[in-house]
Design a protein around this ligand. Structure first.
Ligand code: UDP
Ligand code: LCN
Length: 795
């Protein structure tokens, strides 16, 4: 690419010069992708120079994500392919372009903020790359997010070589399994792989003489003498299948067999799921600031995991009760929720519990009030130590897996996994870095409100320490051709004056796995499933939607109840952009004619909100209602709906051929999107984030761009128009949305995949150096010298 580019620039100096002058004349030195593109397109139009648009220079601009321009230099960060970066600089007078290092690019970018000479620079540089030498990495962008498959392929051939040399890792791995003193899988009668092969052969011959329905107790004495222990299966048929699988693996460890075998080993009996911030409860919490999809996700995840764990243990022939603990913060001033209770059983499970541990000040006193997720950092260490005691007491030992959620939970998962020596899995839900423009570069300006210095440092620590990372979509890891992935955005960035990250995370690392969540099938199901419908709730919903105004929790009434409803529901965060949706609607007369707008969000009294962003959004919402006289067409319900009611409301809106809109400026995944789709609502959702992948535009729903509200309103209006001229169109989109969710987003699929991953990463962790001692030591230093100091500064 560089040679072509050099040649083109040399041969077309004037044409390129005129264009780059425009970049230099831009009103700020930092140009985003959209700025670079807009200027180039305008320039080509004004100069009637279409050949420029076909040139290698234009190709470079198209793939540039950002640039900094100050005469005589322009620096470009170019992303020619997904997750691949090249940094270039162009000398505008000499018209010479050259490739530069990541450090040089970031240094230059920082110098605009610090005003410091780039040669006089002692900034802390964070670089995880040197630790990665020799470590297996994916090569193809299409493999990103399928880490476990790659790892299995790569490492099974290594296992083959090692077994050939008499390696005993696999044997020892099968011998270390026990549960509360009960030995599982193999005992010490088998001393090497040859003996294992022989024992498997004898066991196979012996089991073939038994009835396939007989169970472990019928054959225990004989199998134990041969070296076997419980865990092989409930019935002889299951035991035989697993024994044959292991014999095949010892013959030639084929990746799919290995995956199947490891996934069926009894390894995971207990799990701890960490989610410190927010109001974590089962009722009355959704929609409160910082309290949304993560809570729904975790509760559904726990229910699905417990079911799957129980099923697997049963099939393994073990009478062991799975134990799952969700560990969160105890909030004494709990706002009428259950967040002041130390222990709460999780509904829909046999055994799972929420355990709450308080945040304390340095004197050891409990902090009584809710604290925003941006300010929790100084409390997490104390929380970890107290949580550890509670967990070990509750489980009577350590868990088999620790799962962190969001930046704070992931940091605690790092600390706890180190202390307890347990496999660590992290789930980001939403990495804040990509949500706020220049959140790293101008971190100092945002620090008071957001403390991104702590958050991004915590993110890097957790990402690099995790044994495996679960994401909901591909785009969360590596974005798309046009858009940078959320994790990818941590590969290189600068926080001027604090740290420069030149290799923060590599998205080609096989630790990344896409495991998408689902929508609770008991609550969210298609509107057409009449017998399951909660018709008893309809009078309440009717009153909620079409009733009179009640200024304590609603504003606006729907004058014409015959019109279909445009529905949206979310926390009233700036990023959710509900006020944006109100504006799109308000400014499109045709849409106002076609449909009513119903919004469920936050509350309608700004003085009742503790959260700055929410209070601001409430005020903006009222202003829009006044400015555009929306009170007869927009209904704003400032209430939190419990899930059951929300589920029936989606279907109620579908009954009258309405739609759902998710207008967020950025949405990491978007549970409401799959809930609306499975209910049968044609769904229009943001093209920034997860919905881009969930919805196939024009087939199972529509993408809308929140930065082009006028266009988004037109897309919605065109849909209503088309529905009027084609009576089957609404059904077509509705049906395709339902199918899409049924085939891709279910908790059953999720639980099965997560458990298999846990076993496989646990195995590779045991038999190889996946643990990466060097990285571990580097992270300890980073945590101690950087994170702790930053967190202390918040108090
Ligand atoms: N939700 C709800 N009642 C409300 C507001 C929200 O049940 O009043 C639920 C919604 O159905 C969804 C979750 O809260 O399950 C929000 O998750 P999403 O992923 O859409 O957004 P987040 O809040 O996590 O950013
Ligand atoms: C957090 C978010 O912002 C949402 O986009 C996700 O759907 C939710 O968590 C669950 O992962």
């Amino acid at each position: 690419m560089l040679n072509n580019l050099k040649e083109y620039i040399q041969n077309n100096r004037d044409a390129v010069y005129v264009l780059v002058r425009r970049y230099l004349a831009f009103d700020r030195p930092h140009l985003l992708r959209s700025d670079l593109m807009d200027v180039m397109t305008r320039h080509a139009q004004e100069t009637n120079n279409n050949t420029l648009l076909q040139s290698p220079f234009a190709q470079m601009i198209r793939t540039a994500q950002e640039a900094t321009a100050e005469s005589p230099w322009i620096y470009f960060a170019v992303r020619p392919r997904v997750a691949q970066w090249v940094y270039l600089r162009l000398h505008v007078e000499l018209m010479e372009i050259e490739e530069i290092s990541t450090t040089k690019f970031l240094q230059h970018k920082e110098s605009f903020v610090t005003g410091r000479d780039t040669n006089d620079d002692w900034t802390l540089e964070i670089d995880f790359d040197p630790f990665e030498r020799g470590f297996p990495k994916l090569r193809e962008k299409r493999s990103i997010g399928s880490g476990v498959e790659y790892l299995n392929r790569h490492l099974s051939s290594r296992l083959f070589d090692d077994l050939g040399k008499g390696d005993k890792h696999l044997l020892e791995f099968l011998q270390v399994h026990s549960h509360k003193g009960m030995q599982l899988m193999l005992n010490k009668r088998i001393n090497d792989v040859q003996e294992l092969r022989e024992a498997l052969g004898m066991a196979e011959d012996f089991l073939q003489t038994k009835s396939p329905e007989a169970t472990w107790n019928d054959v225990a004495d004989d199998l134990q003498t041969l070296g076997f222990e419980p865990g092989w299966g409930r019935t002889i048929e299951q035991m035989l299948a697993k024994i044959t699988l292991l014999s095949d693996i010892l013959e030639a460890p084929e990746p799919s067999n290995l995956e199947k075998f490891l996934g069926s080993i009894p390894m995971i009996f207990s799990m701890v799921i960490l989610s410190p911030h927010g109001f974590f409860g089962q009722e009355n919490v959704l929609g409160l600031p910082d309290t949304g999809g993560q809570v729904v996700y975790i509760l559904d995840q726990v229910r699905a995991l417990e079911k799957e764990m129980r099923l697997r243990l049963y099939d393994q022939g073990l009478a062991i009760e799975p134990q799952l603990l969700v560990v969160t913060r105890l909030i004494p001033e709990s706002n009428g929720t259950s967040c002041d209770q130390k222990v709460e059983k999780i509904a829909g499970t046999e055994n799972a519990k929420i355990i709450r541990v308080p945040f304390r000040n340095p004197a050891g006193e409990i902090i009584p009030q809710w604290i925003s997720r941006f300010h929790v950092w100084p409390y997490l260490e104390g929380f970890t130590v107290e949580a550890e005691k509670e967990i070990v007491a509750e489980l009577m030992g350590r868990p088999d897996l620790i799962i962190g959620n969001y930046s704070d939970g992931n940091l605690v998962s790092y600390l706890l996994a180190q202390r307890l020596k347990v496999t660590q899995c992290t789930i980001a839900h939403a990495l804040e870095k990509t949500k706020y423009l220049y959140s790293a570069l101008f971190w100092k300006d945002l620090e008071k409100q957001y403390n991104f210095s702590c958050q991004f440092t915590a993110d890097l620590i957790a990402m690099n320490s995790a044994n495996f990372i679960i994401t909901s979509t591909y785009q969360e890891i590596a974005g798309s051709e046009e858009v940078v992935g959320q994790y990818e955005s941590y590969s290189a960035f600068s926080m001027p004056g604090l740290q420069r990250v030149v290799n923060g995370i590599d998205v080609f690392d096989p630790k990344f796995n896409i495991v998408s969540p689902g929508a609770d099938a008991e609550i969210y199901f298609p509107y057409s499933e009449s017998p399951r419908r909660l018709t008893g709730l309809h009078p309440e919903i009717q009153a909620m939607v079409f009733g009179r105004e009640n200024r304590t929790n609603s504003r606006g009434i729907l004058n014409d109840p015959e019109k279909p409803i445009i529905f949206s529901m979310a926390r009233l965060d700036r990023i959710k952009n509900l006020t944006g949706l109100v504006k799109w609607y308000a400014e499109n007369p045709e849409l106002r004619e076609q449909a009513n707008l119903l919004i469920v969000a936050g509350n309608i009294d700004a003085s009742l909100s503790d959260d700055q962003e929410e209070a601001q959004q409430i005020r903006s919402f009222h202003e829009l209602m006044d400015t555009y006289s929306l009170d007869g067409q927009v209904r704003w319900l400032g209430t939190r709906l419990d899930k059951t009611l929300a589920g029936e409301l989606y279907r109620f809106v579908a009954d009258c051929h309405g739609i759902f809109v998710q207008p967020a400026l950025f949405e990491a995944f978007g549970l409401t999107v799959i809930e609306a789709m499975i209910s049968g609502l044609p769904t229009f959702a943001t093209c920034h984030g997860g919905p881009l992948e969930i919805i196939e535009d024009g087939r199972s729903g529509f993408h809308v761009d929140p930065n082009h509200g006028g266009r988004a309103a037109e897309i919605i209006s065109t849909f209503f128009k088309r529905c009027r001229s084609n009576s089957g169109y609404w059904d077509e989109i509705s049906g395709a949305g339902i199918k899409r969710v049924e085939s891709h987003y279910t908790w059953k699929l999720y639980a099965s995949k997560l458990l298999t991953l846990s076993c496989i990463y646990g195995f590779w962790h045991y038999v190889t150096d996946l643990d990466r001692q060097e990285t571990k030591r580097y992270l300890e230093m980073y945590y101690n010298l950087q994170f702790r100091k930053l967190a202390e500064g918040i108090r």
